[in-house]
Design a protein around this ligand. Structure first.
Ligand SMILES: NC(=O)c1ccc[n+]([C@@H]2O[C@H](COP(=O)([O-])OP(=O)(O)OC[C@H]3O[C@@H](n4cnc5c(N)ncnc54)[C@H](O)[C@@H]3O)[C@@H](O)[C@H]2O)c1
Length: 250
């Protein structure tokens, strides 16, 4: 054990669970935060040195309770990974205000609320924030009016956090994953979307949860001690590539 700790939101499955396991391998204790109580309990049951906390990150009072519980149990917070996210793809005219708010509540409000509540503890530990955005926040696409906009806001929110918290030794960085075969992606990636991704990604495949987690854990670690305000796309080359890729493939 290193004595260090991390909080991972959306930790019951997918990228959050992979990140939790990698932090544990590093010797950290990890608070696993999720609103899906059954899946969280199941995921945490097999793991040592974790504190599962049921919490919906879009509600300030639940975030406050969660933070108090983690602070009382761990005594220090070295890293916060704002990973909890929801995807709801739909055309602009069918994205009513309720669908828009549902996406913003978790993807944007949740990042703001968890970070703000935990800033005193992060300052004390000179800790790090890693926010999970998406390539959908970097390059616009059909059907992602709410999702893409929420993730673009997370990218800027990260820069705001880095600008303000740097003098306290708190770093803030952002990871933009490309497509990963998690439940979230399986729910919104139609066969057409999957094929479009393959066409647009130089590495020509989806990423794995582990590949995203590696970048997150690096940015949270002392190895990234002079890195703040940055966006790291872990996306098989999607973001850096323009037109013509499928035509070049033999
Ligand atoms: N899978 C992809 O292709 C992909 C691509 C780019 C970005 N991302 C982002 O990565 C993050 C993780 O996604 P994933 O693919 O592992 O998804 P997932 O659906 O497998 O896991 C997300 C977890 O977050 C939890 N969650 C959702 N809303 C919550 C809330 N309000 N409070 C607490 N917990 C909540 C869910 O219960 C779930 O356990 C998300 O922010 C997502 O937008 C995913």
């Amino acid at each position: 054990m290193t004595g260090k700790t991390a909080i991972v939101t959306g930790a019951a499955r997918g990228i959050g669970l992979a990140t939790t396991k990698l932090f544990l391998e590093e010797g950290r204790r990890v608070a696993m935060i999720d609103r899906d109580a059954d899946t969280l309990r199941e995921a945490a049951a097999d793991l040592d040195d974790v504190l599962p906390v049921i919490c919906d990150v879009s509600f300030p009072d639940q975030v406050d309770d969660m933070a108090r519980q983690v602070e009382n149990t761990f005594g220090r917070i070295d890293a916060l990974v704002n990973n909890a996210g929801v995807a709801d793809f739909g055309p602009i005219e069918q994205t009513d205000f309720e669908r828009w708010r549902t996406v913003m509540a978790t993807n944007l409000d949740g990042v703001f609320l968890c970070s703000q509540r935990l800033i005193p503890a992060l300052k004390e530990a000179r800790g790090a924030i890693v926010n999970i955005a998406s390539i959908s926040g970097l390059r616009a696409s059909t059907l992602r009016i709410a999702y893409g906009t929420s993730k673009a806001a997370v990218i800027h929110l990260t820069q705001q956090q880095a600008a303000e918290l740097g003098e306290f030794g708190v770093r803030a960085n952002c990871v933009a994953p490309g497509p990963v075969n998690t439940k979230l992606a399986l729910a919104v990636h139609t066969p057409e979307i999957r094929s479009a991704y393959h066409d647009a990604i130089p590495l020509n495949r989806y990423g794995s949860e582990q590949e995203i987690a590696e970048a997150v854990v690096f940015l949270a670690s002392d190895k990234a001690s002079y890195v703040t305000g940055q966006l790291l796309s872990v996306d098989g080359g999607f973001q850096s590539t323009g037109i013509g890729l499928p035509a070049l493939r033999s």
